[in-house]
Design a protein around this ligand. Structure first.
Ligand SMILES: [Zn+2]
Length: 247
């Protein structure tokens, strides 16, 4: 069920079993943007029908926060109806994944060298009973530095953020409302079934977030948090890393 953050900012909530992330929505008077494109055409279709149920306009844009399957594999099902947007590094990683063969045997091979973390394997198999249906698209619009989209009464600002999760984490900030969509940039790197924190990147990410003006933040797989709650969670992890204390 779609949930409201403000009159113009919504999201469909994450679902652990198949690792579906929160999918965001920002509406302006002229255009609207979807944040992340879903982990499958089924996930994307569910999101779109929730928008329709609330009478919210079909998104003009779909922005990808990073390349991971759960945030991007739904894109082909709406790519002919939206302008898809991604940072340069995200498209670079998607191009690599386009060369993969999607069946169980190859998935096992990719899990061995962590091209796909083992953590993802059961989720992918559950979401895709027929993996041959997986198609990967890159985003049509690729940017470096900062991209600003005037949606009419709201501006979506997209920019790269340092994160240990992956080298292609980008955020979307609904500037007027102060709502930040952070993708998985708050997360550790996933290696196999382990979540590995990186001290340098985490410290840098905290500094970048401290400087950024926002009121609340929605990440891929967690509840909505205030800026302070998000920063406190990240600081606690950094502190644990520095003191060697597992909190
Ligand atoms: Zn991710």
């Amino acid at each position: 069920m779609i949930q409201k953050i403000t009159e113009d900012i919504w999201f469909t909530p994450y679902f652990k079993e198949t690792d579906r992330p929160n999918l965001g929505y920002v509406r302006g008077s002229d255009a609207s943007v979807m944040v992340d494109s879903g982990n499958s055409p089924a996930h994307t279709a569910e999101y779109l029908s929730e928008l329709e149920r609330k009478g919210l306009p079909f998104p003009s844009y779909a922005f990808l926060t990073h390349h991971h399957w759960d945030h991007t594999f739904g894109l082909p099902s709406l790519d002919d109806r939206v302008v898809s947007i991604a940072g340069k590094n995200t498209n670079r990683e998607l191009r690599k994944q386009q060369k993969y063969v999607w069946d169980e045997e190859h998935l096992d091979e990719y899990c061995v060298d962590n091209r796909i973390p083992l953590f993802c394997r059961p989720h992918i198999l559950l979401e895709y009973p027929d993996m041959s249906r997986i198609v990967i698209h890159t985003a049509k619009l690729e940017f470096e530095g900062e991209l600003r989209l005037d949606l009419g009464g709201e501006t979506a600002v997209m920019r790269k953020i340092t994160s240990g999760h992956s080298d292609d984490c980008y955020y979307l900030l609904a500037e007027k409302a102060g709502v930040l969509f952070l993708g998985d940039a708050d997360s550790e790197e996933v290696v196999g079934t382990d979540w590995i924190d990186h001290e340098t990147e985490l410290a840098q990410e905290i500094r970048e977030l401290e400087e950024l003006e926002f009121r609340c933040c929605l990440t891929g797989h967690a509840e909505l948090r205030t800026k302070e709650e998000l920063l406190n969670d990240l600081r606690a992890r950094l502190n644990a890393l520095r003191t060697g204390w597992e909190g």
